[in-house]
Design a protein around this ligand. Structure first.
Ligand SMILES: Cc1cc2nc3c(=O)[nH]c(=O)nc-3n(C[C@H](O)[C@H](O)[C@H](O)COP(=O)(O)O)c2cc1C
Ligand code: SF4
Length: 404
């Protein structure tokens, strides 16, 4: 793992993740104290809005705007959920950060709860990250024992942080499916609107943010929105944390300023003879070797953080076949375009990979992909065909080489 020591990863590998004092010694909980000693919730939200921070869970929705919408939703009980589901293929940056610096996440979660007026914040932890449950629980207990979750020192007004283990598949990281599982039901996405800030967990206004989004918060509140805006691009301020894997000499977690070219990241990880890079996991985009100078930002190509490198020895059709098999097993099956579309695309790709495909199969893939992107009910089905569509554009001759 490589720590670029920029912003979000600044404590990883430096502090003792089990020792709150080592976090405090590096300025930890300064932002929380600053917030508590005189910032109103509206001022906190304003600072987050001014920073231009966008959600790091994949969608890039402006964080401050979501906080404002949640705070402004119907009165009464509100919730915050820290999304630590991390089910995307090739994603391991949230796990790394929670293993190495749970404190920034907890501090960010507490500030978010204060800002939107929530007295309960849930951590939805990926089921497979069971080894993190007990360290996270103890970290929360240590912060609580210090009295730092008491608002203004009044124990009656306390923020409860509650850990929940995720119950399963990839789609359970999608925010509405996640709330279904938290309420004890099967993980199937809800129809939207209403969106969670208006009507979320148990029908109450709910703020949902990714682990990395929340880990940016203490830095922004202590260093100021202007300094944050000074990094990255106009529309994508700050840094981004990536998990780089595949055909590289140094797989790991890297933090780079937004706007840096993809080639920088791939070089840092030690890639050679690159054929293509998949940015954003199975549901991400394919960038061919010739496009490595693309800047990493929401305006171009980004996703939630996985970056998978494939060298020239790799067979594109076979990679796409495996990618679509993943979506067949992860589709929740509740809407037809995704349920039937992933199946049809997987069967077609298997046929082409086996050397039994016809030219019309390439058209079939594009047609089914078009319907899925337009009509699937949630982001899983809408994004599942992206890699195939991109690879057909950039590597069509390779597909044609597999045809009968
Ligand atoms: C199929 C699917 C899976 C998702 N999985 C995750 C996940 O594991 N972690 C995450 O933070 N967001 C995930 N998301 C995005 C969430 O729905 C949501 O947009 C995000 O948690 C909001 O946080 P942010 O605004 O901080 O990015 C997923 C979305 C989809 C469509
Ligand atoms: S798009 Fe796929 S995962 Fe999403 S609701 Fe439809 S079937 Fe379920």
């Amino acid at each position: 793992m490589l720590n670029q020591d920029l912003l979000v990863l600044r404590n990883c590998g430096v502090i003792d993740p089990g020792d709150l004092d080592s976090y405090v010694a590096r300025g930890g909980f300064e932002a929380w104290r600053r917030v508590q000693s005189g910032m109103t919730p509206a001022q906190v939200i304003d600072e987050v809005k001014r920073s231009g921070l966008r959600g790091r869970g994949g969608g890039g929705f402006p964080a401050g705007l979501k906080w404002e919408q949640t705070a402004g939703g119907p009165g009464g009980t509100r919730y915050v959920i820290g999304n630590a589901s991390e089910g995307e293929v090739g994603a391991f940056k949230d796990r790394y950060m929670l293993e190495n610096d749970p404190w920034s996440f907890i501090e960010g979660l507490a500030i978010a709860a204060y800002a939107v007026g929530a007295s309960t914040a849930f951590i939805n932890l990926r089921g497979e990250y069971g080894h993190l449950a007990s360290p996270l629980d103890s970290a929360v207990a240590r912060v609580r024992d210090k009295g730092w979750l008491d608002l203004g020192g009044r124990a009656a007004e306390r923020i409860d942080i509650v850990l929940r283990r995720g119950t399963g598949g990839y789609v359970c990281g999608e925010e509405t499916a996640m709330m279904e599982t938290l309420e004890g039901r099967r993980g199937e996405p809800r129809f939207r609107p209403p969106f969670p800030p208006e009507r979320g967990l148990l029908g109450r206004p709910t703020l949902i943010n990714n682990v990395e989004t929340l880990m940016n918060i203490p830095w922004i509140l202590s260093q100021g929105a202007d300094r944050f805006r000074g990094m990255g691009t106009d529309r994508s301020p700050g840094t981004k944390v990536f998990s780089v894997s595949g055909d590289v000499a140094r797989p790991g977690v890297y933090e780079v300023e937004m706007g840096r070219p993809l080639s920088d990241l791939v070089e840092m990880a030690g890639a050679a003879e690159v054929k293509m890079v998949q940015v954003g996991g199975a549901s991400g985009r394919i960038v061919p070797a010739a496009g490595m100078d693309v800047p990493l930002s929401y305006e171009t190509v980004l996703g939630a953080g996985p970056v998978m490198v494939f060298d020239r020895s790799r067979d594109v059709v076979d990679i796409m076949r495996k990618t679509m098999d993943f979506f067949v097993s992860e589709s929740c099956g509740s809407c037809a375009p995704c349920r039937e579309g992933t199946q049809a695309m997987a069967e077609t790709l298997a046929r082409i990979a086996a050397g039994a495909g016809l030219r019309k199969d390439l058209q079939l893939l594009e047609d089914v992909a078009g319907v899925m992107i337009l009509t699937s009910a949630c982001g899983l089905g809408q994004a599942a065909p992206f890699a195939v569509v991109d690879s057909l554009r950039h590597f069509r001759t390779e597909y044609e080489g597999h045809l009968l």
